[in-house]
Ligand binder design. Structure first.
Ligand code: SF4
Ligand code: SF4
Length: 414
């Protein structure tokens, strides 16, 4: 069950309802420690304060006033990936994600005004539809000019931050023309409204187009509603629930006449707080396909990476395997270690590049052993991060969204 989001962005010090709600959630933790072996940061640092149980105790201290909001507390809470691998492991059903979002909102509200403004501006630039082209142009400039080399030579850009920025700049592309599909009035097997997302459109510019072409082939009526905006997940996980709620409201208005289908599991998980959103693989598996549709065989191996939002929040990664198994001859295998976050985790890889690179190294090692032709994932951040790490390792594995692979096989069967 998806927990209700915590509303508003006021300080808990001034909003005792917010503090009480968080303390109530935290009180559900019986400190059994079953979650500890499932937590990537606990496994890396072997430190109670880097575990779900330890962080819950820190949040209890923060919200009750027993602990100051100092740098060490901030570091331990900030190191959490919000991967939510601790949730399925918890016998007390502690809603850890909601708790951590609430604690981050509290800490954000206590920041000085100028720091809150800067943080808001940074996220708004990253997630606004109009920013995509300038961001992609900046990435192209970074790739082609000597900026990266110069920054490195002057010691301004150290490893592994350089590796993270290089990877994102290499992946980020100018998005194609905005899709404006409108369903016609003919007979259809189903209908849907496609959610496009924000930065995902630049990190995986072909995915929306591929989804549109797949639905066209399956005779699904597809609209791409105007007025849709960023889902707000990055705002919620970075302590800005008020802004996240405002974005959810705008999307609820844009999709008031549509069943929402999203290609990114993280966006779908966020949209579900307000809308009955469906992840695209689940939607395509559950929709009856016209009898005449053929899928061309593909004698290749596809490894499935399960993003945390898909595995731990939507809890429906089986839909990805079921969809890919409709491609004849394709060897579909789960990537070892899918229960552990790859380190991308929204904006986490920018703020914690060391942890992000360390966690991705395990995935690359598994992929080197598995030798797949493709790595498929339903999250654009994971795709960008893993594609960059695979490229550094010299592994020729194409990183794709499942609908991109399906689209190729649907149209090569003509
Ligand atoms: S498994 Fe649940 S109840 Fe046990 S320590 Fe972890 S969060 Fe608390
Ligand atoms: S969300 Fe992930 S990183 Fe954070 S405490 Fe839970 S398992 Fe650990």
């Amino acid at each position: 069950m998806t927990p209700a989001p915590l509303r508003g962005s006021r300080s808990a010090a001034a909003d005792s309802a917010h503090a009480r709600q968080l303390l109530q959630l935290a009180d559900q933790c019986v400190k059994c420690g079953f979650c500890l072996p499932h937590c990537p940061t606990f496994r890396l640092f072997r430190d109670e304060a880097e575990s779900p149980r330890g962080r819950i105790a820190l949040i209890q201290g923060l919200m009750s006033g027993a602990l100051d909001d100092g740098p060490r507390l901030g570091e331990h809470l900030g190191n959490c990936l919000e991967c939510r691998a601790c949730e399925p492991a918890c016998p007390s059903l502690v809603q850890f994600g909601t708790l951590m979002d609430g604690a981050r909102a509290e800490r954000f509200a206590r920041l000085p005004r100028h720091r809150r403004m800067l943080a808001r501006m940074r996220l708004d630039i990253l997630t606004h539809g109009l920013s995509l082209r300038p961001l992609a142009a900046a990435a192209a400039l970074y790739r082609r000019s000597g900026v990266a080399w110069l920054a490195r030579a002057l010691g301004l850009l150290r490893e592994p931050r350089r590796a993270i920025l290089d990877g994102l700049a290499w992946r980020l592309r100018m998005p194609g023309r905005r899709l404006t599909a409108r369903a016609d009035a003919g007979a259809h097997t189903a209908s849907a409204g496609l959610f496009l997302g924000c930065i995902a459109r630049g990190l995986e510019p072909g995915v929306a187009q591929a989804a549109q072409r797949v639905m066209q082939r399956l005779e699904i009526a597809l609209d791409v509603p105007d007025g849709q905006v960023c889902c707000g997940a990055m705002h919620r996980h970075n302590g800005q629930p008020g802004r996240a709620d405002a974005l959810l409201n705008r999307n609820a208005e844009a999709f008031r006449h549509h069943a929402v289908v999203g290609t990114s599991s993280a966006c779908v998980a966020e949209l579900r707080l307000r809308l009955p959103a469906v992840e695209v693989c689940r939607f395509l598996v559950d929709t009856p396909w016209p009898a005449h549709v053929r899928v061309a065989p593909l004698a290749a191996r596809a490894a499935v990476h399960e993003p945390c939002s898909h595995r731990n929040v939507l809890r429906d990664t089986e839909a990805v395997y079921a969809l890919l198994r409709r491609i004849p001859a394709l060897d579909v295998v789960a990537l070892d270690g899918n229960e552990t976050c790859c380190g991308a985790a929204g904006t986490y890889l920018l703020e914690h590049p060391d942890t992000a690179v360390t966690l991705a190294a395990d995935k690359v090692a598994h992929l080197a052993r598995l030798e797949p032709n493709y790595l498929v994932t339903t999250n654009s951040g994971c795709a960008a991060h893993l594609a960059a790490r695979l490229r550094e390792a010299g592994l020729a594995v194409e990183v794709l969204h499942p609908v991109e692979l399906l689209e190729r096989q649907l149209y090569s069967a003509e």
